[in-house]
Write a new protein. Sequence first.
Length: 617
Amino acid sequence: MRTIHEIAPLMFQKEQQLIEEKIKGYCTANDLALADLKWQAIPFAGEWGLATSFFQTAANEAKLGKGSKLPVPQKAQEIANQVAAQMGSVDGISRIEAVKGYLNVYFKTSDYAKRVVDEVLKSKNNFGRGEKKTETVMVEYAQPNTHHSFHIGHARNTILGEALARLVEFAGYETIRASYPGDLGLGVITVMWIYEKFYKGQEPEGVHERGQWLAKLYVEATALLEKKENETPEETAQREAYDAERREMYRKWDVGDEAVRNLWHVTREWSLEELRDVLRMLDVQMDVWFYESEVDEPSKLIVEELVQKNIADDERPQGGAVIVKIDEKLGLTKEKYRTNVILRRDGTTLYLTKDLALAKEKFEKYHVDRSIYVVDVRQSLHLQQAFAILKLWGFPQAEKCYHLGYGFVSLPEGAMSARRGRVVLFKDVYDEAVKRALSVEAEKSADIPAEEREEIATQIGLGALVYSMLSVDNNKDIVFDINEALSFDGRTGPYIQNAYVRANSILKKSKVEGRKSDNLQPAVFDYELTKHEIELIELISQFPQKVQQAAEEYRPLVMASYAYDLANTFHSFYHAVNVMQTEDEKIKNARLQLVSAAKQTIENALRLLDIQSPDVM
Ligand code: ARG
């Protein structure tokens, strides 16, 4: 994870660069060891500005024992003073001052406001898009195990991953979206076993029903195969017989038995169809599909290589497994990654083994520079172990793998459990969300045609759901309360969408009055701006930087909070400033432009969060 230092609005980069050049010129001429320049925005207090400090440079000088023996703060101020004195005039800058070791650069308010608004209206959907970067980033997410149903925890994963992918992409990186469903293992075989035994030939209708049915079979099978308390000898015998059948099926799968492989293909497809439909509902387009089953074989080759290189210990001759003593090999004295089996005695691979092959595939086949894994925080140790083994192996990009963990989603009544069938299905929550949004719409917006209303309700219901997943820090657990998630007040998706709708309605009204809102006169902000206008302009100007920050820090929450702040500021503006009633035509025009810029920025922010902006609601 990288942190962003420059938090100054990006549209003033030109001025920033000009000034930086002058500073560098001054420092070279005077033999000063200039530190990296970091810029900060100066919040509005009569005017907007940017600031950069000379403390680090002063400290560098002191360390080198150069120049006057002034204490660092005074030295910083001295440099700032001299830099300011020889700066001369810079286009677009109204005033430059040296204060407490900082160089403060101010803009003329009307220029600044105009620059911000013009930039948004010129760039439209691309407002905030970062410069193209050379790195390719892969984001892996939406990778549930097959033969299970898609629950609300998977939804958190998918939404977080998609928002991150959108942010990274918009920030300027080449972005590859990847999924990695777990499509083999005992859980999968368990479902196949019970299907074959008791349900062969059956198949519910409907993509989601079928996917969910597999999850029910899993619960049922688990109950049959699990050791119970006070079992009678007959029950024990029965259970053991079932388990033997399951193991036999697993063996057959391993050796590629045609019938078992066919059954596997068919049932796996049921799960994947459901997954693909969920992704469609969430507007997620995967670029690459990896499957655990496909990296199984390649991962065995890696095991061989690790043994040859003496990184793994082959204890098979002694009746053991192939293991990697990670801590020991890394020379760690404290337990950190522990010792791990990478090949069982019977020659089968583990989840960990397959992750080694997956990483290789990602970097070598797709030429990615960075690889982000959006995975439940409970798998943190697992991924750290995989990355550590990659490092031992000498895999060049081991350091370029990053785990973005997220807390789990529990219910008010406790943890979810796929084994017990206690899960909240995403599809159920989705349906409920849309239903509730529709009933609110039916009351509030009866004038909207029914079909359109349905589409809007989907956008709102989904917006509520998605935002409730993104507005919590990824490290925190979520206790998923459907009522709270779907409440439309406070920090919610619909609250933000409503700001967009209000902006849109003002612009529509202005059109009604004969203005073409997308073709307004150039805005002139040379009047006394109200506090609400200032706040709005300031927030809009921060958007490009928020995009960079969220992408560099892998934190969609940065954008989720920003979207809320922007909406909140717009709602206040909307209540305080009556745009359509503004008498002065020039001011009214400027305000309409500002509304249009706000609308565009809200839309861009929501889009990065995978939330749509309905025109009306
Ligand atoms: N399929 C796994 C699960 O549902 C998540 C996969 C995580 N990705 C990885 N490369 N291990 O738990």
